[in-house]
Ligand binder design. Structure first.
Ligand code: 1HN
Length: 345
């Protein structure tokens, strides 16, 4: 491709004139906004070790009362995007949230979609539109756009979870805002619908409009399914997606969620794709190799990888490793931007 002229090739007087008229020449920036073959991501591959996060999060519990934080969170920020911008990838926000016994994080609702993946602790719960969702290790709890949610804690030990939001994208679109203050309707029913019979209410199934029939995806069910699949299928990656059971579509509209089981001794090679990815270890340990860089990941560690990277998940341990994955595929597919390529090594 032709090398294009730069700003330095233009006279100062001309550049000043352009600026005064709110005009910018395209050609000096064209190769940046439209790089050949693949994007130049700001997202850097990296790992956040839970052993580093946890003591700092517990210290935040001593330094900042919940009333002064509303949500006591340390954000997993990717330096490639600038730490202050609080992004793991261009679309995905990640944070580790701490709730101490008897604390309460008050109800609010906002436009970004969120999920919680429970990392540690017992007897906390999130109430979503009045539905009480108990938090147990590995559970996934949805708080979709526009639904009221609050967190409470009836146990006697700290509870920590991973928040995943599409905040960077929604904020970029100038569509991010919150409503709060009022308490949400106290319906407080346990969400008992399991859909395990393979049946869905007909009127919901036919209606095109998406609702959120399932808010809590218990880890024990996801794990059992992965184990059953691995016994049936002796080769190839074992991965299950969190979907809306009424439509079979991704459980949220912007970020996709799944769990991958890497068997003892197995290496799973992922094909490069246009969407960045986040990995979080629910159980076990592995190595993640991203474009040749190797990181060890233990339980509760979180990694991220930029678009079109070559990713290997390597399990050298003697037990399976279960890895929660968040990716940008749903939004990219809706926009016609998603693609997968052959590995390039
Ligand atoms: C939020 O509402 C929660 O409800 C956690 O727990 C993290 C980060 C940014 C914006 C909203 C929560 C958040 C958040």
């Amino acid at each position: 491709m032709e090398q294009l002229a730069t700003l330095a090739d233009l006279p100062e007087r001309y550049l000043e004139h352009l600026e005064q008229s709110n005009l910018v020449p395209l050609w000096p920036s064209l190769r940046n906004v439209l790089p050949p073959i693949k994007p130049i991501p700001h997202t850097q591959s990296l790992v956040w070790k839970y052993s580093e996060i946890k003591p700092l999060l517990l210290e935040a519990g001593e330094l900042t009362p919940i009333e002064k934080a509303e949500r006591r969170v340390l954000v997993l920020a990717n330096p490639g995007h600038g730490l202050e911008n609080m992004r793991a990838t261009s679309v995905i926000y990640l944070g580790m949230q701490l709730l101490l016994p008897n604390e309460w994080a008050p109800a609010h609702r906002h436009t970004p979609n969120a999920v919680r993946l429970i990392v540690e602790g017992e007897k906390a719960y999130t109430t979503v539109e009045g539905v009480k969702c108990p938090m147990e290790h590995g559970d996934l709890i949805l708080t979709p756009s526009g639904l009221w949610h609050e967190h409470g804690h009836d146990g006697d030990q700290p509870v920590i979870w991973l928040d995943v939001l599409d905040l960077p994208l929604v904020y970029y679109m100038e569509a991010s805002f919150v409503e709060g203050g009022e308490s949400q309707p106290v319906k407080t029913v346990e969400n008992k619908m399991s859909y395990s019979a393979g049946l869905v209410p007909v009127q919901h199934h036919i209606r095109a409009e998406q609702n959120y029939p399932m808010l809590r995806y218990p880890w024990k069910d996801a794990k059992q399914l992965l184990i059953d699949l691995s016994e049936k299928q002796s080769e190839g990656p074992i991965q299950v997606a969190y979907v809306n059971p009424e439509t079979g579509e991704d459980c949220q509209k912007i970020i996709g969620y799944s769990v991958l089981m890497v068997r003892s001794g197995e290496t799973v090679q992922l094909q490069p794709r246009s969407a960045a990815m986040v990995f979080h270890v629910i159980e076990g340990e592995a190595e993640i190799k991203i474009d040749g860089k190797i990181f060890g990941i233990d339980q509760a560690d979180t990694a991220c990888a930029p678009c079109f990277s070559n990713i290997d998940l390597i399990n050298k341990s003697n037990r399976p490793c279960f890895i929660f994955i968040a990716d940008e595929a749903p939004i990219q597919k809706k926009l016609g931007l998603y693609s997968v390529r052959a590995r390039s090594e």
